[in-house]
Design a protein around this ligand. Structure first.
Ligand code: NAD
Length: 499
């Protein structure tokens, strides 16, 4: 079996802790590799290398740092198929979806090419008599990121591209379930001209994460993953004096108004609910039709479409709508939650529990499920299922639908389907969710805007990518400068005020 490595100081380095995690091919259920789990000493070694390399990198002018990003974009495009195949093999998502995972990361790298403009400071000439004032954004030093399994290309790039173009060194601790693509990205960054030690990939689990939190040299931590771990890292990282941003779980709703185009809404729910087997933090997992008639019509349109979804291995190319889930344990968790919904009295309109694929009986496939008559006290409503399961909660009015969505603890994404501009506008203004779609089911902002939810979907002040990333990965320093004319006036003891 293949033994994966860490990527430290530009080299593939074998793990020394003696601890490993299993990496599966979710489509076949085969154990295809083991990945090393770093010890505290291995993290400390990588951090020391990063700390030694970072000052010289920060001193490279921003235009040259941006050129590394330009070249990296070229290399990502050159290797797109290879990256997508490696990603699908470990994650299970379809090839077009895996290419999309790379592409949405690449777009943030493109944004980072604008670093010379984005890092420009402010300057005030003659802020006082003979006094000039200027602000600059300086790199933090050594930064770290901890990423989830569900976007093994996109989310690492959302973190390391802005961190590095700002002049930081970056330690990436990717998900131990699909670690190969992050490693390939680090190789490509080096091929693009990045000096050794600036981007290192250290595989690991809680031990590595705790070593990152407790390391005094590391200045910031970015995290994306489930809410309990986000809360843990945010609390402990802040207590350790670091700058921290953590993005957590989600339960995204779609409100379907009586005036919506229901064919459009049903098609949107298919892609948003079942794409990537529901393993997206922006997946729609709850449909909130307004009015019994809307609900009846929506279910009538959805049920045959959900039944017709094609589930299969990524090797089938464009012929599948979604693939397996990440592990056997994830599959079991989804099936347990489905059972809890049935036991609680929800109506399982499309039952995917017996789904099996000839030749892939050991794969972690879960068929598509559609629930109707779900109520907000049920586990299938409250918990993030992270599987191909869509729950319908019937509502009697727009206000009721809005309140249900607003009362949920998560606030990552949400959508409304309506033809009424007034309703859409009211919704966008009042909803307490970070990313809002109006007749758009998965409103993931583009690279030059910022990505982030509200409520328990986020811990920290700044969003991912866009201008916020340049704030997160730099500190502001403001210089007040006077070149005295030679007249000494003595000390000033009250706070200076410009005249
Ligand atoms: P996860 O929380 O299990 O793992 C995320 C990272 O944390 C991994 O690198 C993992 O090694 C590490 N980790 C796991 N257990 C840990 C522990 N006890 N202590 C310290 N570190 C630990 O999440 P996942 O299953 O990989 O990803 C799915 C979750 O991520 C879902 O909840 C999804 O909604 C969320 N997600 C959120 C966003 C967002 O932007 N809000 C984006 C993608 C995924």
């Amino acid at each position: 079996m293949q033994e994966l490595t860490h990527y430290i100081n530009g080299e593939h380095v074998k793990g020394t802790s003696g601890r490993f995690a299993d990496v599966y091919n979710p489509a076949t259920g085969e154990l295809q590799a083991k990945t090393p789990l770093a010890s505290v000493a291995e993290i400390e070694n990588a951090v020391a290398i990063a700390a030694a390399a970072q000052p010289a990198w920060a001193a490279v002018n921003p235009q040259r740092r941006a050129r590394v990003m330009m070249k990296f974009v070229d290399l990502l495009n050159r290797d797109m198929d290879k990256l997508a195949e490696a990603l699908s093999r470990e994650h299970g998502k379809t090839l077009p979806d895996a290419a999309g995972d790379v592409q949405r990361g690449l777009e943030v790298v493109e944004y980072c090419i604008g670093a010379p403009q984005l890092l420009k400071g402010d300057y005030t000439d003659s802020a006082g008599p003979g006094i000039d004032m200027y602000s600059m954004r300086q790199a933090l030093g050594v930064t770290a990121g901890i990423t989830p399994f569900n976007f093994p290309a996109m989310i690492p790039m959302w973190m390391f591209a802005p961190a590095i173009v700002c002049g930081n060194a970056f330690i990436l601790k990717p998900s131990e379930r699909d670690p190969s693509v992050p490693m390939m990205l680090a190789e490509l960054m080096e091929e693009a001209g990045l000096p050794k030690g600036i981007l290192q990939v250290v595989n690991g689990d809680k031990e590595a994460v705790d070593a990152i939190i407790n390391n005094d040299i590391i200045q910031s931590i970015g995290f994306v993953g489930s809410t309990p771990i986000a809360e843990y890292i945010y609390g402990n990282g802040c207590a350790a004096g670091k700058r921290v941003q953590c993005f957590g779980g989600a339960k995204n709703h779609m409100i379907i108004m009586p005036d919506a185009d229901l064919d459009q809404a049903a098609d949107a729910l298919l892609g948003a609910g079942y794409g990537a087997a529901g393993e997206r933090c922006m997946a729609i997992s709850v449909a909130l039709p307004v009015g019994e008639e809307t609900a009846d019509r929506l279910i009538a349109k959805l049920a045959p479409r959900v039944e017709a979804l094609k589930v299969g291995p990524y090797t089938s190319g464009n012929d599948v709508d979604f693939g397996p889930v990440i592990t056997a344990a994830a599959k079991q968790n989804i099936l347990n939650l489905v059972q809890s919904g049935v036991d609680a009295g929800a109506k399982l309109v499309v039952d995917g529990r017996d789904f099996s694929l000839q030749g892939y009986e050991d794969g972690f496939f879960v068929g598509a499920h559609l629930f109707d008559n779900v109520t907000t006290d049920m586990d299938i409503y409250q918990k993030e299922i992270f599987g191909p399961v869509l729950s319908t909660v019937r509502t009697q009015s727009y206000e009721e639908a809005l309140k249900i969505a607003m009362d949920h603890e998560y606030g990552n994404g949400i959508a409304i389907y309506t033809r009424d501009g007034d309703t859409a506008r009211d919704f966008a203004n009042r909803i307490n969710v970070g990313m809002v779609g109006i007749n758009v089911p998965i409103p993931v902002p583009l690279a030059y805007h910022t990505f982030g939810g509200w409520k328990k979907s986020v811990f920290g002040d700044l969003n991912q990518h866009g201008p916020d990333a340049f704030k997160f990965y730099t500190r502001t320093k403001t210089v007040t400068a006077r070149w005295p004319s030679g007249i000494k006036e003595g000390g000033e003891f009250s706070i200076p005020v410009m005249e």
